[in-house]
Design a protein around this ligand. Structure first.
Ligand SMILES: Nc1ncnc2c1ncn2[C@@H]1O[C@H](COP(=O)(O)OP(=O)(O)OP(=O)(O)O)[C@@H](O)[C@H]1O
Ligand SMILES: [Mg+2]
Length: 262
C-alpha cells in the first residue's frame, strides 16, 4: 500500500507557490563560517540541494529555519523572513530536520498534533483530518508510538507533521537517509506531490540521480559555496554532477548548459 492517497494533497493553505530569495547569506558555528555570501532563489516547485558531506547543506536549512543565526537577506514572497523559529513557522516555512526528530514516546497522532501547535483547536483538527486523508497509512497507525514505527514510516510522520503547520515553503533535510530504495522512491514521490499541490519544496538529498529525476531545479553546494545550479535535467547531464556525484565522467554536456552558480 502506498503511503499517500490518490487524491491531490490539500494541505498548504494560505498563499501558495511561495518564492524564497536568498542573497549574501552567511552562517556558521562561532568563529567557523560555513556559509559565506550565498545567493539562491527557491522558486515554486521542487528545488534540490546537492553536495558532499560537510558542504553546509544542513547549515543552510537550519539558518533559514532560525535554528542558527544568519547574516544577509532572506525574502519570502518579497517580505523579510523573521529570525526566530516560531515567527518563521508563522510566516509559512517548515523544516523536516535531518534524522526526523520525532517524539518517540508519543503516538503518531500526538506527534502530528504538535506540528499544528500554532493553529487553534478547530483548525488543528481540520489539518489533522487532512494529513490523515493524505497519508492513510498514518491513520491506521495513529495510536502507535512513533518510536516503534519503521524508519520509513517515521519519515512519513515527520513530513506529515511539518505539513500540519500548513507551510508555503517546506524544507526537507535528507528525507531518504537510511531508507530502502523503494521507500526512497516513495519519499521523493511525496515531495513531488507536495510541490505539485502548491507548496514550494526545498530538499537536501544525497540520492543525486533520483533527486534530479523528480526535482525542477537544483543547486550544488561544496565547502559552503554554490558551484553549479540550473534545471534538474540539465544538471543531471552536467560534467560537475556526473563526475562528482554520478561516477560517470564521460559527459557530453553542451557548454553553457548549466550556469555556474552566482
Ligand atoms: N554544531 C556544530 N558545531 C560546529 N561545527 C558544526 C556544527 N554542525 C556542523 N558543523 C560543521 O559545519 C560544516 C557543515 O556541516 P553541515 O551539517 O551543514 O553539512 P552537510 O552538508 O549537511 O553534511 P551531511 O551531508 O553530512 O549532512 C561541517 O564542517 C561541520 O563539521
Ligand atoms: Mg546534513
Amino acid at each position: 500500500m502506498m503511503y499517500w492517497s490518490e487524491t491531490p494533497f490539500e494541505l498548504g493553505g494560505g498563499t501558495r507557490h511561495a518564492q524564497l530569495h536568498v542573497s549574501g547569506l552567511g552562517a556558521g558555528y562561532g568563529a567557523f563560517r560555513v556559509l559565506r555570501k550565498l545567493s539562491l532563489e527557491v522558486r515554486p516547485g521542487l528545488t534540490v540541494i546537492l553536495g558532499p558531506n560537510g558542504a553546509g547543506k544542513t547549515t543552510l536549512l537550519r539558518a533559514l529555519n532560525g535554528l542558527l543565526a544568519r547574516q544577509g537577506e532572506v525574502l519570502l514572497d518579497g517580505q523579510p523572513l523573521p529570525h526566530k523559529t516560531d515567527a518563521i513557522v508563522r510566516a509559512g516555512v517548515a523544516l523536516v530536520p535531518e534524522g526526523r526528530q520525532l517524539f518517540p514516546q508519543l503516538t503518531v497522532q500526538e506527534n502530528l498534533e504538535l506540528g499544528g501547535w500554532l493553529a487553534n483547536k478547530a483548525e488543528r483538527a481540520r489539518r489533522l483530518e487532512q494529513v490523515l486523508a493524505d497519508f492513510p497509512k498514518l491513520r491506521e497507525r495513529s495510536r502507535q508510538l512513533a518510536g516503534t514505527m519503521s524508519g520509513g514510516e517515521q519519515q512519513m510522520v515527520a513530513v506529515a507533521r511539518a505539513l500540519m503547520s500548513a507551510p508555503r515553503l517546506l524544507m526537507l533535510d535528507e528525507p531518504s537517509l537510511g531508507l530502502a530504495p523503494r521507500m526512497v522512491d516513495e519519499l521523493l514521490a511525496i515531495a513531488r506531490r507536495i510541490a505539485d499541490a502548491g507548496t514550494t519544496v526545498l530538499m537536501v538529498e544525497q540520492n543525486v540521480k533520483k533527486a534530479l529525476a523528480v526535482a525542477d531545479r537544483g543547486y550544488v553546494l561544496e565547502r559552503g559555496a554554490l558551484v553549479a545550479s540550473g534545471a534538474a535535467k540539465l544538471l543531471a547531464r552536467s560534467s560537475v554532477v556526473r563526475e562528482a556525484y554520478l561516477g560517470t565522467g564521460e559527459s557530453k554536456t553542451e557548454p553553457g548548459a548549466v550556469a555556474p552558480a552566482r
